[in-house]
Ligand binder design. Structure first.
Ligand code: GAL
Length: 958
């Protein structure tokens, strides 16, 4: 038998570990003032093939007829276009969605041929050269212009440029780009995110006039002792640098020192300048600042800084990682408005425009390289590319493409080698190269706890106790590590409801000098807009391997609405601390900024009685320097405002609009109680009256046989009983690799979702109706003896619930309270914590006041439905014609579905409102924690099963 081989185009480059061929050396990313450019974004012809070599390269030739091809929008991911006709996204956290056999990739390798025909604009100069720049293509591309193969590249979130001047013609240029979903590069890009092939960032043709700028490096340091800034712009092509605002006009390469205002994230002073070479003018935005590691601390301009940061993936629910400028700006504005001061660009360099925004608005940036090899952990890191010299050129190429592209951004204070790639010689080589190329910034990498290559000790998800020990220098570690500052590059896993416990972390960060803050994981839920499911997550596209909703773990929802987690974080990291003792009429204001004084802020006070403001006014606070405090006198409490529960609310607001926030935007606040609340009292003066079917007691009717409440003041009430179950949150359920304190799992195992209510007795007294029960799950001996004692003064009805645990309770309770159904309820009013939800360890941002909402608006739309929407510290609530007062205060929630329904739902679209509004009045809720990736709730937030008593008073309103 003879064998026959079909000639196929060579696709060896796809599995080649080298970074590629043909591209120009990396250089700074900038927009020229005068050189012409042509955006090639827009509609491109598109053809999808199942394998890398299914089609030959004839499509790249001039004259090829692509008339029957489909179209895609560039920038974009093809799997998010074409209504499913172009394949689908895949979500895995750490697992490679293909066999691990580096650098080989599957034969099934979706390959998208992209074709664009363009004319040069009339003004395109006849002389000079040109380059074509790809800002991001996942994961490997080969490029032809007018039939000539100009090269191929990998490194999805990094720019690649090719010289094309000699190939261009005035009309009918044919740009052909073949993009392979899988390549050797995929092994270096195992970040926890959707796999999304495509040309997802801009494609631009840049004219390069003779004598134009090539690469340049702006060195702009600040001497905090003298107040002087030193500028030196090194340029491959000689020229002059002018900064009109500083009267600077010097040759490139020549240093100049002048008095400047420094750049910091809090005071992002940028000076406009120009780099002029013979052939081009390039605008510069110069920020003077000096970043050093000194005394074991990260210092900027001589001061240790505290990161109040977040990890940001690029995400848009329809466009994936293809973000427009407006969306990037929205992210930055949201961050600034929520008091964040830092971003880690997890886990790849972002679109370059994002860094311009960080320079402009002020955010410290850890710029992270496009590198993660997490999937190798499955084989104990064997064959890890970062420890295999064959891959080192690719790693160095990635480091260089990041550093060269982004080196002129004052906001970038650290370079990060990548994420979760184990350890190895390749990482060391990257760090050495970076240190050599840019001594003005620090190097970060979390994966090496010995800090061999890094300038900072960085960890993720270390629990509070460990972080505190690190703060106290009791953590040991290598000699080098012991001398380094500490950051948590990821903590506070914001998946679903949560993260809990971040206020506790912040207290620790602020208590120890060595701890320089952290970055919440993560900024945004990567939900994908889906016609049936609302937002899709892992598994919704039929993926063979996936990690479910672990991809939805952000502080903002996919549509960029802030989640309660962001509101909490804003409060926890507020840069002004307000406290004090209202009793002596003073309040202490502390400036917790690192650099800014308080001159941009205005302060105001309000005096509230029972949650309603009776008087408000301005509070005069000196423009305190960072770290300073002042005691400020409050006015005398308003006359005639005694009685009721009283408090001061003091707020710090923007005195004037800034670049990122309107006048009166709230920066910080505190509430100082004056006089406490008086608990509701009901004189038990009415006796229950038994009837044939109903028992009556004051305004209430009960089932004569079971003692179950039927109505209060004519309002029907159904199913009132003790409730301990909540639809487990992602943080309750915990991650599969977590230890045996995954409460959501243990609760289910212990049957807390299927408690049975045994009726033991219905007793009539002279002044009370008493119903005795035992609430317990099948199969176990544990139970809760529960007594409902009903009394009335004739118009109001009081319920006292006494709970006594029996047996050996090994788990805390999810919640403890009562639930009941109301047939009709929509508007809700309450006096308590609001406006948003709160739980025991996520309640910092809960403001005590009077609030109103609809039942629907009480719900927090977590992408995967789960417990949500509780309001804390509620004194009273009104809904459905009833007023309910608590003794003590309670947690309030109401929804149009049961907890069981909520528990079953996988997407928000599974939640269909029923006829009943289910109300929960909880005496306690278990903490939230962040065990979906980090530690669970701290012990002080546990809801332990112990003898408990609590009461509610019901009355009819309206
Ligand atoms: C970290 C990782 C992130 C993300 C997070 C969990 O280990 O660096 O990329 O996977 O866990 O959401």
């Amino acid at each position: 038998m003879t064998s026959r081989t079909t000639p196929t185009p060579s696709v060896d480059y796809v599995e080649d570990v080298s970074p590629g061929s043909g591209a120009l050396p990396p250089r700074a990313w900038y927009a020229s003032s005068d050189a012409t450019s042509l955006s090639l974004n827009g509609d491109w012809r598109f053809r999808l093939s199942p394998t890398a070599d299914a089609e030959d390269d004839s499509f790249a030739a001039e004259g090829y007829d692509a008339g029957d091809w489909a179209e895609v929008v560039v920038p974009g991911h093809w799997v998010l276009q074409g209504d499913g006709a172009f394949g689908a996204p895949i979500y895995t956290n750490t697992l490679y969605p293909f066999p691990v056999d580096p650098p080989r990739v599957p034969t099934e390798n979706p390959t998208g041929d992209h074709l664009r025909v363009f004319d040069l604009p009339a003004e395109w100069p006849a002389d000079g050269s040109a380059v074509i720049r790809f800002d991001g293509v996942e994961s490997c591309a080969r490029v032809w212009l007018n039939g000539t193969d100009i090269g191929e590249f990998k490194g999805s979130r990094l720019p690649h440029e090719f010289a094309v001047g000699h190939l261009l013609k005035a009309k009918g240029n044919v740009l052909a780009v073949r993009v392979h979903q899988w390549s050797a590069g995929s092994y270096l890009e195992d970040q926890d995110q959707w796999w999304l092939p495509g040309i997802f960032r801009d494609v631009t043709l840049l004219h390069r006039p003779a004598g134009s700028v090539l690469d340049f490096f702006v060195h702009a340091s600040y001497d905090h002792v003298t107040g002087a800034g030193t500028l030196r712009v090194d340029s491959d092509v000689d020229g002059r640098v002018t900064v009109p605002g500083l009267d600077i006009d010097v040759a490139t390469g020549e240093p100049v020192t002048v008095r400047v205002e420094p750049w910091t994230a809090e005071t992002p002073r940028l000076y406009d300048g120009v780099l002029v070479t013979e052939g081009e003018r390039v605008p510069l935005r110069i920020g003077f600042r000096t970043v050093v590691l000194e005394d074991g601390l990260i210092k900027v301009n001589g001061k240790a800084i505290l990161f109040k940061g977040v990890n940001r993936h690029e995400w848009h629910p329809e466009k994936g990682r293809s973000l427009d400028l407006q969306t990037m700006r929205e992210d930055v504005l949201l961050m600034k408005r929520h008091n964040l001061n830092a971003v880690r660009t997890s886990h790849y360099p972002p679109h370059p425009a994002f860094l311009d925004l960080c320079d402009e608005y002020g955010l410290w940036v850890i710029d992270e390289c496009d590198l993660e090899t997490h999937g190798f952990v499955e084989q104990a890191w064997r064959d890890n590319p970062v420890d295999d010299d064959r891959w080192t050129p690719a790693l160095l190429d990635r480091a260089a493409r990041m550093v060269e592209r982004d080196k002129n951004h004052p906001s970038v204070v650290m370079w990060s080698l990548g994420n979760e790639a184990g350890t190895g010689r390749g990482l060391t080589a990257m760090a050495e190269w970076i240190h050599g190329r840019d001594g003005s910034r620090l190097v970060h990498y979390e994966g090496d706890w010995n800090c061999r290559d890094t300038d900072v000790y960085s960890r993720m998800y270390a629990d509070h106790t460990e972080v505190e020990r690190i703060g106290q220098n009791l953590d040991g570690g290598t000699h080098k590590r012991r001398g380094l500052p500490f950051i948590q590059c990821e903590y506070g896993h914001a998946m679903g409801n949560g993260p809990g416990g971040i206020a506790d972390y912040q207290r620790i960060f602020e208590a120890y000098e060595r701890l320089q803050g952290g970055f919440i994981w993560e900024w945004i839920d990567h939900g994908i807009t889906h016609p049936e499911l609302g937002y899709a997550y892992g598994g919704d596209f039929g993926e063979e391997l996936h990690d479910g909703n672990f991809v939805c773990d952000g502080l903002i929802f996919p549509d960029r609405t802030p989640s309660p987690g962001l509101v909490e974080y804003k409060k926890v990291i507020e840069p002004v601390r307000i406290d004090g003792d209202a009793a002596d009429g003073t309040v202490r204001i502390t400036n917790a900024y690192d650099f800014a004084d308080l001159s941009a802020l205005a302060f105001e006070w309000a005096y509230q009685v029972d949650g309603e403001t009776v008087e408000a006014g301005a509070l005069s606070v000196p423009a305190l320097a960072p770290g300073e405090s002042a005691e400020v006198k409050l006015p005398p409490p308003p006359a005639n405002s005694t009685g009721g529960e009283t408090q001061w609310t003091v707020r710090a607001l923007l005195a004037e609009a800034t670049a990122w926030g309107p006048k009166d935007h709230v920066i910080a606040w505190a509430q100082l109680p004056v006089s406490g609340r008086t608990s509701p009292t009901v004189a038990a003066s009415t006796a229950p009256v038994p009837g044939e079917r109903l028992i009556t007691l004051g305004p209430a009717a009960f089932d004569a046989r079971t003692g179950a409440l039927r109505s209060v003041g004519g309002v029907d009430v159904s199913g009132l009983r003790l409730d301990v179950w909540r639809a487990p949150t992602d943080n309750d359920d915990g991650a599969s690799w977590q230890d045996d304190t995954r409460w959501g799992v243990l609760w289910r195992k212990n049957g807390l979702h299927r408690m049975r209510h045994r009726l033991d007795a219905v007793e009539f007294g002279d002044d009370a109706l008493t119903v005795r029960t035992r609430v317990a799950p099948a199969a176990w001996e544990v139970g809760l003896r529960t007594v409902y004692r009903w009394t009335s003064d004739g118009t109001r009805l009081k319920l006292t619930v006494s709970v006594a645990p029996e047996g050996d309770w090994k788990v805390p309770l999810p919640r403890l309270g009562i639930r009941f159904g109301l047939a009709e309820a929509d508007g809700v009013k309450w006096f308590g914590g609001g406006p948003g939800e709160a739980y025991p360890d996520t309640r910092s941002a809960s403001v005590l006041g009077r609030w109103e909402s609809s039942v629907d608006e009480l719900q927090t739309p977590y992408v995967r439905p789960q417990e949500n929407g509780a309001r804390a510290d509620v004194r009273w609530a009104e809904l459905g014609g009833l007023r309910i007062e608590g003794d003590p205060e309670f947690w309030f929630s109401a929804r149009r579905w049961t907890t069981e329904h909520l528990d079953e739902a996988q997407h928000l679209t599974d939640l269909t409102p029923g006829d009943t509004v289910w109300v929960n009045l909880d005496h306690g809720q278990h903490g939230i924690g962040s065990q979906s990736c980090g530690p669970g709730p701290l012990p002080q937030y546990f809801l332990r099963a112990e003898p408990t008593e609590f009461s509610f008073v019901f009355s009819r309103i309206g």
